[in-house]
Design a protein around this ligand. Structure first.
Ligand code: TRH
Length: 377
C-alpha cells in the first residue's frame, strides 16, 4: 500500500514556505509514489506560483497532490503515515491527538531551514520533542554528506543542460516573457528583498563597457529599483535604459518558468531558500540575498555557505566573490566588489557548473526523506 504523507505549510511571509513544500509534495507523488496531502494556510501565496490553484476550495488536486486549505477551525482528520511540519510550524492540536491515537504510530518530522553550518550534520535525524508517545525528528536539508540533501527533481540537471545548449529554445522562452536582450548583452535576473546596496550596483552596471539586461520579477526590490530610476509605479512589462544598463520588470511566473529564466541568465541574484537552491542548479554564477534574522544570526549562515562554496576557488576569486556577497548582505557598496568579480568571471562561471554537478551527486531531499521513513518502519 502507498504510504500516506501529510505536509503542513504555514506561510509566514514571502514564498519560500510554499515554494519548498509544493516542490517536495509533487516530487513525493511523481517520483516516490506516495499519497500526499499538502495543508496550506494561505492559498493566495500558493496561487502566485501555481495559477491553477482555486483559492476558494478547501480541497483540490493539483499535479497529483491533494491540496487542502489549512483552516483555523480544524476538521477531524485521521493522521497519515508520515507527517511533515515544514519549518517548525505548529500542527493543529487535534491532529496531534489523532497522531497519538493511531494504531501504528506515524513518523513525525520537522523539515528545517537550509543551512551550511557544521552543527546541522550533528542534528540531522535526531529525535526532537515527543507528544504522547509520538516522537518528532529533525530533518535538515544541506550541502554535505550527513544532511538530507537538496530538493532536486529527477533529470533536472540534464534538462537544464539541454536547454542551455539550445539557443533557440532559450530565445523562444524569453520571448514568451517579452524579453529581447540585445546581442552580446549580459543577461541577469534580480530577485531580492529591499536592499540599500542596489543603487551602487546599478550605477556600476550602467557605466560598464559591456551592456547588461537586468530582469526584475515583480516583488519587494522594486521600490529600490524605482528610486534609482527616479520613477514610480513600475509594473511588469516596463523597460528603462540608463547608459549600458537596461532594466526590465517581468511578471512573477510559475516555478517551472522561473527555473528556465535562471537557466537563461548569465548571472542570477536570488534570495531566501528555494530560489537560492534553484540558482545553484542553474550552474551559473549567483548572488544570495539571505533572509535577515534577529541578532544577525543569518550572517553566520552566510559565512558557512561561502566557506563551503568558495573552497575550490583560487584565493583571488574567493576574495572577490566573498566581498561581493558580503556587501550585498550588509548594505555595503557594490561597485568595487562587482568589478573585482568581473575580473574572475571565467573561473567563477566554471565553478558554478562544477559546484552544481558536485551537489547533484548527493541523494535529493525527497529520496532522503523516503529512505528515512523506510529505515524507521
Ligand atoms: O520568498 P522567499 O524570500 O522565501 C523566504 C525564504 O524561504 C526564507 O528562508 C524563509 O524564512 C522566509 O521565506 C519565510 O524566497 P525563496 O525561498 O527563494 O522562495 C521564492 C519562491 O518563489 C521559490 O519557490 C521560487 C518562486 N518564484 C516563482 O515561482 N516565480 C517567480 O517569478 C519568482 C521570482 C520566484
Amino acid at each position: 500500500m502507498k504510504a500516506r504523507w501529510d505536509i503542513f505549510c504555514s506561510v509566514v511571509d514571502n514564498f519560500g514556505d510554499i515554494g519548498v513544500t509544493w516542490r517536495l509534495a509533487r516530487q513525493l507523488v511523481v517520483e516516490q509514489g506516495c499519497d500526499v496531502r499538502l495543508w496550506v494556510d494561505d492559498l493566495r501565496a500558493f496561487e502566485r506560483m501555481c495559477p491553477e490553484i482555486d483559492v476558494r476550495l478547501s480541497q483540490q488536486w493539483q499535479e497529483g497532490v491533494e491540496v487542502r486549505h489549512w483552516p483555523a477551525e480544524w476538521p477531524h482528520t485521521p493522521s497519515a503515515d508520515v507527517v511533515i511540519a515544514a519549518f517548525a510550524c505548529q500542527l493543529p492540536p487535534a491532529y496531534m491527538e489523532a497522531m497519538a491515537a493511531c494504531e501504528r504510530t506515524p513518523l513525525w518530522m520537522n523539515l528545517d531551514y537550509l543551512s551550511a553550518e557544521d552543527w546541522v550534520i550533528g542534528c540531522h535525524r535526531l529525535p526532537s520533542v515527543k507528544f504522547k508517545g509520538v516522537q518528532k525528528y529533525f530533518f535538515f536539508p544541506g550541502f554535505r554528506a550527513g544532511t538530507g540533501g537538496l530538493l532536486r527533481e529527477a533529470g533536472l540537471l540534464e534538462a537544464r543542460q539541454a536547454f542551455q545548449q539550445n539557443a533557440e529554445a532559450q530565445q523562444q522562452f524569453l520571448q514568451t516573457l517579452g524579453v529581447f536582450p540585445a546581442a552580446g548583452a549580459r543577461l541577469m535576473s534580480l530577485f531580492a528583498y529591499e536592499n540599500a546596496s542596489l543603487g551602487s550596483w546599478l550605477d556600476v552596471m550602467a557605466t560598464d563597457g559591456r551592456a547588461t539586461h537586468l530582469l526584475v520579477p515583480e516583488g519587494r526590490i522594486l521600490g529600490d529599483v524605482q528610486r534609482w530610476l527616479g520613477v514610480e509605479g513600475l509594473v511588469a512589462g516596463d523597460i528603462h535604459q540608463r547608459d549600458a544598463l537596461t532594466v526590465q520588470v517581468i511578471a512573477f511566473v510559475r516555478q517551472e518558468q522561473y527555473d528556465r529564466l535562471l537557466w537563461c541568465c548569465d548571472f542570477n541574484a536570488v534570495r531566501g531558500e528555494d530560489s537560492f537552491v534553484r540558482a545553484q542548479w542553474a550552474g551559473r554564477p549567483l548572488l544570495w540575498h539571505i533572509y535577515r534574522q534577529d541578532e544577525d544570526i543569518h550572517l553566520d549562515k552566510l559565512d558557512a555557505f561561502l566557506a563551503l562554496y568558495t573552497a575550490a576557488l583560487s584565493p583571488a576569486a574567493r576574495v572577490a566573490l566573498m566581498a561581493f556577497w558580503q556587501a550585498w548582505n550588509t548594505d555595503g557598496d557594490m561597485a568595487q566588489p562587482w568589478k573585482m568579480l568581473l575580473e574572475h568571471w571565467p573561473e567563477v562561471s566554471q565553478h558554478a557548473e562544477s559546484w552544481c554537478l558536485e551537489q547533484g551527486l548527493q541523494a535529493d531531499l525527497a529520496t532522503a526523506l523516503v529512505q528515512f521513513y523506510e529505515s524507521w518502519i
